[in-house]
Design a protein around this ligand. Structure first.
Ligand code: AMP
Ligand code: MG
Length: 301
């Protein structure tokens, strides 16, 4: 950090103790090698400092100012220092209805949209398919000072592609290491990865699919493909297990977010983002002008 940087304004980012988890969520939710996804409860609420749904809005309100200010500092730092400022990339993976869209709305809606870079990855277009699978991903990386959000990601290329056998198994097999190298390069270039697997139960998914079909305002969210994917639940669980096992080095861990309770899921991702930004701790850029002199000029104008 350059010596010309101003001190952090005192207490500017203080989050009240009662809004914080007792252990950092980055520890509590970190997927550990050897863990089995089937042992992780999608309805759990690890680290949640409140009583339940009733205080989720209040707890989120308590962290919002810190999130908002970190984001603005990161943005300002990006403008000032370019790539040296770094960026954050939140990867959202999970089965249909797990809450990728809900997180974009409820968590990233907490910060200034101009500081975000959102990208969602669908079935690849013919052009995308003609390139290496990471080509379309690289084109959507967040620039300096931005918070990137991926709704699906390069992991689809070892998830749906593996389950549906879209390419030979040996080729899928090579992708895990490619992803690890790709992510290590990203981190070396200053991108902070926050990889979230939104873990829902099959029962909860059924409820949410039914809710989509019984509310005309949700019909647009349903795809007739969803029920076909649902039928392959065990194969997806296995594909996720392998992806988490093989692409979770200590430096780029996965977080498994219990997602049966939407309020917990949203709170948890907001808190993980806050912890990442706390760690990055961008500072306000120093002015490239003499503040006192400019004050005097404006006053006398
Ligand atoms: P949604 O996110 O619900 O709009 O659905 C997007 C669809 O695109 C999902 O069915 C994904 O499995 C599919 N998809 C995303 N990435 C890939 C990929 N690399 N190869 C094949 N299908 C993909
Ligand atoms: Mg969908």
């Amino acid at each position: 950090m350059s010596h010309s940087r101003r001190q952090t304004p005192p207490n500017a980012l203080t989050v009240p103790e009662r809004a914080l988890p007792d252990t950092p969520l980055r520890q509590a939710l970190r997927f550990r090698p050897g863990q089995s996804l089937s042992d992780l409860d999608p309805a759990a609420t690890p680290g949640y400092p409140g009583r339940g749904k009733a205080d989720a809005d209040e707890l989120t309100d308590l962290i919002r100012p810190a999130l908002d200010q970190w984001q603005e500092r990161l943005f300002a730092d990006g403008k000032e220092r370019g790539p040296a400022a770094g960026s954050v990339l939140v990867v959202l993976q999970g089965l249909d209805t797990a809450g990728k869209g809900g997180i974009v709305r409820h968590v990233f809606g907490l910060v200034d949209p101009q500081g975000l870079h959102l990208a969602s990855f669908k079935q690849p277009t013919p052009e995308e398919l003609s390139h290496h699978f990471l080509w379309r991903i690289r084109r959507q990386l967040p620039g300096p000072g931005l918070i990137g959000v991926f709704d699906r990601s390069h992991y689809e290329d070892v998830l749906v592609v593996r389950v549906d056998e879209l390419i030979p198994a040996e080729q899928v097999d090579r992708r895990y290491e490619e992803i690890n190298r790709f992510e290590a390069d990203l981190q070396a270039s200053g991108v902070r990865l926050v990889k979230c697997f939104l873990n829902i139960s099959p029962q909860e998914q059924k409820e949410r699919l039914l809710a989509r079909l019984t509310d005309p305002a949700k019909w647009w969210k349903y795809s007739t493909n969803d029920i076909k994917v649902r039928a392959k639940w065990p194969a997806y669980q296995e594909a996720y297990q392998v992806a988490l096992d093989r692409c979770g080095p200590a430096a780029a861990p996965w977080y498994v977010i219990p997602s049966d309770r939407k309020w917990y899921r949203n709170w948890a991702v907001a808190m993980l983002l806050l912890e990442e930004l706390d760690d990055l701790a961008p500072t306000w850029p120093a002015p490239d002008y003499d503040v006192a002199a400019e004050l005097a000029r404006v006053r006398s104008s």
